[in-house]
Design a binder for this molecule. Structure first.
Ligand code: UFG
Length: 339
């Protein structure tokens, strides 16, 4: 049973490859290595003793993608991660985001249609909900206008998938991630941010290890218990396992609708200060941080209603915030040893 994982050397992709292999799936990765490293393949092999097949190209390339699908006839399903993902960069360079994220999806779905590959798992984001009127946010909450071109690519992609699956013999599971953090327990794979991290947890661990001077906490005047913004952080391994459940559900024809949507979170909201406290507790490090102004485009609080994913997928996130922060710290320590 072979699964194509696009973006499989990236952060969530690499963890998903490991979990797929553990469940007996054969994996072929396509990645252009624009935001990941070829050595991730060695790490995956070190963890699972299986080296995934790998091809390097950009999935927005029509000719290369077609040629790829002409050579591989036994792909049962596709987990599509490959995409640009930096919110700020997408505001500065929107065409790059639309060109890459949207073209690659269209291209993949065209080949799925041509080759009669029926199963697509798509990585979407809770960003589609904006600031929801009601919390926790369920899959039925209305989609709100995206605050960035990046967020818009996720919304447009969801529409493309809905329309395509309606018209053709293609099925999809769209997974709306909340905030994935942490790393594999081996500390062999994890998040490798390019340059200065945008996201909270890599910024925390890089500050604690001395790469960054100080963490800026973006706003302490939100309408939350301690004034800092609240998110639903989920361990990347829990998230990866949800992809395995989803693709397994599809290949075993257990889907109830042609397109299913699931929130992937823990259901618990934690504030920025709670994340910092958890980090300080598990690492024994004192974090240098200061409160600054709010970051433009940030929502006040969002956390998932996980009932549908728990009941219907039979999947539940297991790891605690402390587990997440501990694994993120171990990963940062392991990276330091390599330098
Ligand atoms: N934060 C800080 N300081 C930092 C970085 C983040 O205080 O240096 C705060 C943010 O203001 C936010 C929380 O930490 O309250 C989490 O921020 P992240 O950047 O880690 O995550 P976001 O919730 O902003 O981002 C997530 C996904 C993106 C998605 C975005 C949409 O990671 O892919 O939601 O809002 F686009």
């Amino acid at each position: 049973m072979k699964i194509l994982v696009t973006g499989g050397t990236g952060y969530i992709g690499s963890h998903t490859v490991v979990e797929l292999q553990a469940k007996g799936f054969d994996v072929i990765i396509v990645d252009d290595l624009s935001n990941s490293h070829i050595t991730v393949l060695d790490k995956i092999e070190e963890i699972s003793s299986i080296r995934p097949e790998f091809e390097q190209f950009n999935l927005a390339d029509v000719t290369k993608t077609k040629e790829f699908f002409n050579r591989h006839h036994n792909i049962m399903g596709i987990i599509h991660f490959a995409a640009h993902k930096a919110v700020g960069e997408s505001v500065e360079n929107p065409l790059m985001y639309y060109q890459n994220n949207i073209f690659s999806l269209i291209n993949i779905m065209q080949n799925m249609k041509d080759k009669n590959i029926q199963n697509l798992v798509f990585s979407s984001s809770c960003t589609v909900y904006g600031q929801p009127a009601e919390l926790p946010v369920s899959e039925n909450s209305p989609i709100q206008k995206a605050l960035s071109p990046y967020g818009n690519t996720k919304q447009i992609a969801e529409d493309i998938i809905q329309d395509t699956c309606k018209a053709y013999d293609t099925n999809a599971v769209m997974l709306r991630y909340f905030n994935p953090i942490g790393a594999h327990k081996s500390a062999l794979i994890g998040e490798l941010p390019l340059g200065v991290p945008n996201n909270l947890v890599p910024f925390i661990t890089q500050t604690a290890i001395g790469i960054r001077k100080q963490l800026s906490v973006f706003g302490d005047n939100y309408n939350t218990a301690d004034g800092t913004a609240i998110r639903d952080y989920i361990h990347v391994v829990d998230l990866a396992q949800a992809h395995v459940v989803a693709i397994d559900r599809m290949v075993n024809k257990k889907q109830k609708k042609k397109v299913e949507i699931f929130n992937l979170g823990t259901g618990n909201g934690f504030s920025v200060l709670e994340v910092i406290r958890s980090f300080e507790k598990v690492s024994g490090e004192k974090l240098n941080y200061k409160i600054v102004n709010r970051r433009e485009g940030d929502v006040e609080q969002v956390y998932a209603d996980t009932k549908f994913a728990n009941d219907e997928l039979g999947w539940k996130a297991k790891k605690t915030l402390d587990n997440m922060m501990e694994s993120a710290w171990n990963w940062e320590l392991a990276l330091k040893e390599k330098i």
